[in-house]
Design a protein. Structure first.
Length: 135
């Protein structure tokens, strides 16, 4: 019989791989969303077709991965770990969304600087620029 630490290492590695897959899928959807909102002249393939194909392919892979997560973990299909581990990402996403909504309501000035990185320190000094594109 294998040591519990071996199972734990394998389960957490599988959970981490699932997290990377979730992030890749979300990034593909975000790229598609960005190009539908912001006008660019990069051609239909770069702006629509490639992001859409990647979002659909990664979404399908994500669905199959979650459905077969018991096989990845090496546990029985009836094991609660099959759904508990992937559900931890949904809990983290819901917690982050709740925090963002609370921050937007309580401190809109701080909420507006999310995503600005190093520019967040000077954000109150600038006028809002809805489209920041490289020259």
């Amino acid at each position: 019989m294998a040591l519990p630490i071996v199972h734990l290492f394998f389960w957490l590695t599988s959970l981490g791989a699932l997290g990377v897959l979730i992030l890749m899928t979300a990034t593909s959807v975000a790229v598609l969303s960005y190009f539908t909102r912001i006008a660019h002249h990069d051609g239909m393939w770069r702006m629509t077709v490639a992001p859409l194909l990647s979002a659909l392919a990664l979404g399908a892979i994500l669905v199959v991965t979650v459905e077969q997560f018991d096989a990845l973990l090496g546990v029985e299909p009836t094991s609660p770990l099959r759904w508990m581990l992937p559900a931890s990402y949904a809990v983290a996403a819901a917690t982050g969304l709740a925090w963002a909504l609370a921050l937007r309501a309580a401190r809109p000035d701080v909420y507006q600087t999310i995503g600005l990185g190093a520019d967040s320190a000077t954000a109150p000094l600038r006028t809002p620029d809805p489209v920041r594109q490289p020259a």
